[in-house]
Design a protein around this ligand. Structure first.
Ligand code: PMP
Ligand code: GLU
Length: 397
């Protein structure tokens, strides 16, 4: 008898989590590592949000909540969708989850049967492909190209549709590319979904992080008939620097929400005090978001200028989220201290081991020639980290 199930044997560990764990371990050993690896705001959770969590604990709000989340938080989530997009949801169409990650996991579990196909634009965030496989479904990759700014081409999506297509995953602003989809593109995808009767899982975790002239559009709000077809996934993690609080949600039609609610009732439900803090985030002052995004924008401009100047490296200018995704393909075949760089994942590993800069190699994102650099780090660290990478690249033969 084999020990592990076929289901878990088929999945890879999260590349983002693996890098951050390794970088933390190196730091624990006293090595001065600069972290461009894990994507999480380096800002602290705003005070009024922390205070709401502390108050919840002080009041004894420390017990189970309904598996779909507290009515108060679900109402606040409905109000947020109304305020930001004019979308009207009822609390029974909202399920609060343990971060957007679990909301996505539960959404795939709720929608997919074995053999169903899920259209997945690549490069993609590392967990989608594995969550799709965990639901027994098949990820069907739709390439996006650096020369198009990693924009999604609806014609390429159309080519991949089959009678087994059940879902398309949209993630705009995109992790790892920073692409932000235009309303025209989103509309075309929405009409394809209606015509061929598949669902859209739209992960809008980075909705607030857009730069230059880019604007975020919520696909569910673009045409009245899109809302039924869409599961909106979001979280307080990024916008309010609350990654450790683990609060996300899905907004969708009631029968799907009911199924996810039942699934969560048997698996994982969000902490009570964390939900209070998330409610304070959504209903309280929103200025901190603007301040944080302005800071990210400065770092983005600086990092983009420097990375674009690296010899042999190309980089699409990111319009959203907080990542650069440069292409290192031309470094294949070069060597470090006699060791040939056969693939770019190895180059990424060397950046951590030799230059002590944590980055995420692109293969986990379905883009093996690339390396992801997060700029959710202080300007001083960004400068020092880029200096180190530059010095390291100069040492390659
Ligand atoms: N979606 C994307 C695109 C992400 O980058 C992340 C990482 N934070 C998540 C979902 C998961 O978010 P959370 O921390 O709320 O689980
Ligand atoms: N989403 C972030 C990232 O891509 C956090 C890590 C994770 O949840 O995978 O780095």
């Amino acid at each position: 008898m084999t020990m592990l199930s076929q289901r878990v044997k088929g999945i890879s560990p999260s590349a983002t989590m693996a890098i951050s764990t390794k970088a933390k371990e190196m730091k624990r050993q006293g090595i001065d590592v600069i972290a461009f690896g894990v994507g999480e705001p380096d800002f602290d959770t705003p005070e009024q949000i922390k205070a709401a969590g502390i108050q919840a604990i002080a009041e004894g709000f420390t017990k189970y909540t309904p598996p779909a989340g507290t009515p108060e938080l679900r109402e606040a989530i409905c109000a947020k969708h109304w305020r930001d997009y004019g979308l009207e949801y009822h609390p029974n169409e909202i399920v609060v989850s343990v971060g957007a990650k679990y909301a996505l996991y539960a959404a795939f579990q709720a929608l997919c049967d074995p053999g169903d196909e899920v259209l997945l634009p690549a490069p993609y965030w590392v967990s989608y492909s594995e969550q799709i496989k965990l639901a027994g479904a098949v990820p069907v990759v739709v390439e996006t190209r650096e020369e198009d700014g990693f924009n999604l081409d609806p014609a390429r999506v159309a080519e991949k549709i089959t009678p087994r297509t059940k879902v398309i995953v949209l993630n705009s602003p995109n992790n790892p590319t920073g692409a932000v989809y235009s309303p025209d593109i989103l509309r075309e995808i929405g009409f394809l979904a209606i015509k061929h009767d598949f669902f859209i899982i739209s992960d809008e975790c980075y909705e607030m992080m857009v730069y230059d002239d880019a604007q975020h559009f919520c696909v569910a709000a673009l045409e009245p008939e899109f809302k039924r077809q869409t599961l909106l996934v979001n979280a307080v993690s990024k916008a309010y620097a609350m990654t450790g609080w683990r609060i996300g949600w899905v907004a969708c039609q009631e029968p799907i929400a009911r199924a996810i609610n039942a699934l969560q009732g048997h698996s994982a439900t969000a902490g009570s005090m964390n939900q209070r803090a998330a409610r304070a985030a959504l209903t309280g002052p929103q200025e901190t978001i603007r301040e944080m995004v302005a800071e990210f924008d400065q770092r983005r401009r600086y990092m983009f200028e420097r990375i674009s100047a690296w010899p042999g490296v190309t980089c699409a200018r990111p319009q959203g989220a907080f990542y650069m995704f440069p292409n290192f393909a031309s470094y294949k075949g070069r060597s470090f201290q006699g060791q040939e760089i056969r693939d770019i994942d190895y180059l990424g590993t060397l950046m951590l081991d030799q230059a002590h800069v944590a980055v995420v190699p692109g293969s986990g994102f379905g883009a093996p020639d690339y390396i992801r650099f997060s700029y959710a780090n202080s300007m001083a660290n960004i400068k020092a980290g880029l200096d180190r990478v530059e010095a390291f690249l100069r040492h390659l033969d």
